[in-house]
Write a protein that binds this ligand. Sequence first.
Ligand code: MG
Length: 158
Amino acid sequence: MRVGIGHDTHRLEPGRPLLLGGVRVEHSRGLAGHSDADVVLHALTDALLGAAGLGDIGDAYPDTDPRWQGADSRRFVTETLARLNRDGWRVVNVDVIVFAQEPKLGPVKAAIRRSLAELLGLPADAVNVKAKTGEKVGHIGRAEAIACQVVALIGQTI
Ligand code: MG
């Protein structure tokens, strides 16, 4: 068994769609970034790469590479899963915390969980999604950004 941790933050800006865990969330602003800026999928990718000892998302999918301009971040997860599978790893479970003052994530947590479970090929009970506000302090609390933290457990397939 191996464990990995991932963390990411993206700024909220007008005129961008808001994607969280592959789910389009209705909001007046979205996350800024080189790819589709899906902060949940970036943190998940980093947790998986970390568990397998494969560095970080910046090494694996550099934002200087035009292939990743506007990329659907689900590709980062599926390509990482393929790398893990080649090395004999399978994902056991993931635990996800999304930090957002707005929009309120209670209504979309279940959809994010389903989306991640489908992407990872896991049952829903192996993919936990929690939402926290920033208690109106700091960059999260002022709704300037959304952050995400993910812990992933992987195991060798025998
Ligand atoms: Mg990112």
